[in-house]
Write a new protein. Structure first.
Length: 684
């Protein structure tokens, strides 16, 4: 069958339009604030073989892993499906994300022929488990994260599976909300079914399915052309997830070897840390989808998303590792693995396509949860907050401030204070852009958000599942790191730090106590001393950068009127460049040190060199050649090495695009933990 280009585009956009109508239906009918107001849900159309064929402004981290869920559901139940059936699933181990993301898969038939699956994946604010909101920063097994739903028929030929409804809702907080959210997903799928039937009636089933086939093939061809334009080779990067097992901080290594072979790309995570009984693991579906999201966003962002784009890409995620978790390890931190996989892709691609990448994005999905019992309403309540951070600076401009990153679609990233206060016993005391939180660079990393939420109920429990509280977003091409994640409690003006930053489980907060949360800033792009001085001055006037940071990071001197002092700025920039510490790279066989469950890169320094850098044993430093992404390591003092040298293994040299004997800049990685005095953008 041949289809003319106009009809092909009409059919393509008709399916996308059906997904948009699904989204509108969910927004207008859901019960949870996180869904109807903040849009933490996604819709898509899938082929019977599980390929995604249409989506709209949906959350990539929802839609792109969904083919795994559809495939598992079909393997289990496909031979039994009939019109009016609907499948419910949230199991991470069978292609899901985390337990809060509950998916409805709805088969659509043309006669006896199964032609599509409309599907909705929505974040339910609570699915049971140890803490309100279900996402604990200290879960040790998945059973503490809520009820796990394998693929089951929740509707059978249009009839509710009442036993399943009752069992599920009895194990969740706010069951009325959960039922409302489930019905919203059903409604959206029925809207899609109606629209698909209208398209089939007008154009015919065969012509519609042929249009889908062509769409998939041309998406594949576009991506193969993008990959073919890159030089063949192996490119590496490495990053870390943060844990506090036994109360002690331990980073978990996530290494990537990215192979480009003609029009194919292979992302190999062999060597990733083994999974641990701590919420830093995720599934192969999420890890693979994260690779796809990065490649699609960097090389083919304008074209509609479908499964064809991902056919040239292979992902190797070893089972039993943090990127391919197996039962019963917790899997709630899919957002953190996703961000870190994207970061490793950015780090590797900065070596081959630096003009197309940005500094590291905001490091974490930043799951903040407050909940308890409200005696005024006589009901439990749960608030789920994910304040957005900054995005990385890129060649053309600064990274967006407090904006959804590439894996979040049109997810609302600054939730409405009015809706929160109307639905919860909470007061949103302030919402600010956090000053100096974006990584310095020729183009600046985006700034993060700081929010103060005060509890008005007698008590509440606060949980945080995040990452990037120790290791912030990295810069590329000489850009500086962003600000790390932060969270504190406050009562009567006294601030309280947590001993496990970024990982909190059910911390009590009394009436009139507040939680202060600060998301992470984005990494900078390019040397900060090459940023136009007038742009730095404008940042200072707007409140994004302090005058101190302008002087110490950008080398810009401002007079009393806030104007640039050109002569003093030139002198200060010369001093900054001259004060950088470079060391001669000495090749070694192995640059790592084994920990309890993983390993970390080591920066061996002569004590005299450590003194120059003002670092001590176990401090974290960055290696940089300003050619690609910065690399992190932990300091070890070693009198046995020559002053002015730094040992680096083959992988480290490859990441930095350096060779033996080449100068490597080393700088201390400062952890800015306290909340900054920010620029108020919304305060009630």
């Amino acid at each position: 069958m041949t289809i003319d280009p106009i009809t092909l585009e009409v059919l393509t956009q008709a399916l996308i339009s059906a997904v948009r109508e699904m989204r509108a239906t969910v927004c207008r009918t859901a019960s949870s604030v996180a869904i109807y107001d903040a849009k933490d849900f996604s819709c898509g159309l899938f082929a019977p073989d599980s390929q995604v064929v249409a989506q709209s402004e949906d959350i990539g981290s929802h839609v792109v892993p969904m083919p795994w869920t559809v495939q598992v559901a079909m393997e289990k139940l496909g031979h039994t499906l009939k019109p009016g059936d609907a499948i419910l699933v949230n199991d991470p181990y069978t292609g899901g994300t985390h337990l809060n993301d509950v998916t409805v898969i709805y088969p659509v038939f043309a006669g006896d022929r199964l032609i599509f699956f409309p599907a909705v994946r929505a974040h339910w604010a609570d699915v049971g488990g140890a803490v309100p909101g279900s996402m604990s920063g200290k879960a040790t097994e998945i059973y503490q994260e809520g009820i796990r739903i394998p693929p089951i028929k929740i509707l059978e030929e249009g009839r509710h599976n009442e036993a399943a409804f009752e069992l599920l809702l009895a194990n969740m907080r706010l069951p009325e909300e959960r039922l409302g959210d489930l019905n919203a997903s059903f409604a959206a799928c029925r809207v899609a079914e109606m629209r698909i039937r209208e398209i089939c009636d007008k154009y015919g089933v065969d012509q519609l399915l042929e249009a889908v086939r062509i769409d998939l093939d041309r998406a594949e061809a576009r991506m193969r052309a993008c990959i073919s334009a890159l030089p063949d080779g192996e490119y590496r990067y490495e990053d870390y997830l943060e844990t506090y097992m036994g109360g002690r901080f331990e980073p978990l290594l996530l290494p990537l070897t990215l192979k480009i072979e003609g029009d194919r790309m292979i992302a190999d995570f062999t060597g990733a840390s083994p999974q641990v009984p701590f919420p830093v693991n995720s599934t192969a579906a999420v890890s693979s989808a994260s690779v796809f999201i990065a490649v699609k966003s960097i090389f083919d962002p304008a074209a509609p998303l479908n499964q064809g784009s991902f056919r040239p890409i292979e992902v190797i995620a070893p089972p039993g590792s943090i990127v391919n978790v197996q039962r019963p390890a917790p899997a709630g931190s899919h957002g953190e693995i996703r961000k870190r996989v994207i970061a490793t892709m950015v780090g590797a691609l900065s070596q081959v396509a630096p003009d197309k990448v940005a500094g590291d994005l905001c490091r974490t999905s930043f799951h903040n949860l407050l909940g308890g019992y409200d005696p005024v309403t006589g009901r439990e309540w749960v608030h789920y907050e994910w304040s957005a951070g900054g995005n990385g600076g890129f060649a053309e401009n600064d990274g967006p401030d407090v904006m959804a990153p590439i894996d979040w679609g049109d997810l609302v990233t600054v939730q409405s204070s009015e809706v929160i206060e109307m639905r919860m016993p909470l007061l949103v005391e302030s919402s600010r852009v956090s000053q100096d939180s974006g990584g310095a660079g020729t183009t600046r990393g985006g700034c993060s958000m700081e929010r103060v939420i005060r509890v008005l109920a007698p008590e509440a429990r606060y949980s945080l599942l995040s990452d990037g509280a120790v290791l912030p977003a990295f810069g590329v091409l000489g850009g500086m790191p962003g600000c790390p994640v932060g969270a504190w409690t406050e009562r009567e003006g006294e601030m309280l730090d947590f001993d496990t930053p970024g990982k909190i489980a059910g911390h009590p907060v009394e009436r009139d106590g507040a939680v202060v949360i600060r998301s992470a800033g984005g990494g900078g792009y390019g040397d900060p001393t090459e940023r136009p001085a007038e742009r730095v001055a404008e940042d200072v006037r707007e409140g994004y950068v302090s005058s101190a940071a302008a002087y110490h990071l950008y080398g810009v001197v401002l007079d009393q009127r806030g104007e640039v002092d050109g002569v003093a700025t030139a002198a200060q920039r010369k001093r900054l460049v001259g004060s950088r510490h470079s060391f001669r790279a000495v090749p070694v066989a192995d640059g790592f040190e084994a920990g309890r469950v993983s390993k970390r890169r080591i920066c061996r320094l002569h004590p005299s060199d450590a003194a120059k850098l003002d670092v001590e044993e176990d401090d974290i430093v960055e290696f940089d050649t300003r050619k690609a992404a910065a690399l992190r390591g932990w300091v070890r003092l070693d009198s046995g090495i020559s002053p002015g040298t730094v040992p680096l293994d083959e992988a480290g040299l490859a990441i930095l695009l350096a060779s033996a004997g080449e100068p490597i800049e080393i700088r201390r990685l400062d952890a800015r933990s306290r909340p900054a005095v920010g620029l108020a953008v919304a305060a009630e």
